[in-house]
Design a protein around this ligand. Structure first.
Ligand code: COA
Length: 227
């Protein structure tokens, strides 16, 4: 008898991104015709939310209580359902500090993401790859990266830990993006550009020059945003 009931998994976060990740999990299970992930619930940083439901799924506990929840399961999958890179890093650190040994950070990949050319690509853990994402060749992804719907990642691209690439962004070939950087929806990055760590590219920006660390750029052609 097959007793597989899916990897138990929780989503850290209760906002829009967390809801989208719930939908992603539902779609993975639906399109694969089996329970790949068994969603246990959402984890919140707001005690007053515990016990409430998001689309029929319970907010099961606070971040601090999560380590106790893990005792009830042989393995516990975690996905960080937040778009802000610094918030993702903070949650990752909190979880690490709990020193719970049965936690895994799967890469959640929508079956309709096009990774068909990606035989030489590398990927860490805890990444989320949404439907309609296109990835070509020699791409190096770190950990806890969100590639939101329909973004395009060209050849020889490197993306650092905790980055968020918002919907429909276009990352051309030979681009390097440092850790903790946000690329806004619909932004386009010209080939061979380096984008520093802790930076932000505004939605709709066209980036044709390198972006320094900890810098926000906007507009066409992208320029540094006034401070
Ligand atoms: C660039 C960005 C990071 C700046 O955020 P912020 O520091 O909070 O700045 P604000 O939103 O306060 O905007 C500051 C100024 O820049 C302008 N601005 C902000 N984003 C802009 C953009 N993408 N293009 C052009 N101008 C922009 C604002 O109109 C404002 O101008 P003002 O001072 O004349 O009123 C943010 O606006 C952005 O584009 N984030 C990505 C959003 C996204 O991808 N959304 C999709 C989610 S799925």
């Amino acid at each position: 008898m097959n007793s597989w009931t899916g990897l138990p998994i929780v989503i850290f976060g209760t906002g829009g991104c967390a809801k989208e990740i719930k939908a992603l999990i539902d779609e993975i299970n639906g399109l694969m015709y089996q329970t790949i992930y068994n969603l246990i619930g959402f984890i919140t940083n707001d005690k007053s939310e515990v016990g409430k439901k998001i689309e029929e799924v319970e907010i099961v506990c606070t971040n601090d209580e999560f380590q106790f929840l893990c005792r009830d399961f042989p393995f516990m999958g975690v996905v960080i359902g937040l778009a802000d890179p610094f918030s993702k890093k903070k949650i990752r650190k909190n979880i690490e500090d709990m020193k719970v040994s049965n936690i895994v950070f799967p890469n959640l990949i929508h079956p309709l993401a096009n990774l068909s050319q990606s035989i030489n690509n590398k990927m860490g853990f805890g990444n989320v790859i949404c439907s309609g994402v296109n990835m070509t060749v020699n791409i190096n992804l770190g950990n806890f990266i969100l590639l939101n719907r329909s973004c395009n990642i060209g050849h020889d691209v490197t993306i650092g830990d905790f980055c968020t690439i918002n919907p429909s962004a276009i990352i051309s070939g030979n681009v390097n993006i440092g850790e903790l950087t946000l690329i806004g929806a619909g932004a386009s990055i010209k080939e061979k550009i380096s984008i520093g760590k802790n930076s932000k590219v505004g939605l709709g920006a066209i980036v044709v020059k390198d972006v320094y660390d900890s810098t926000t750029v906007i507009s066409v052609a992208a320029r540094e945003m006034d401070k």
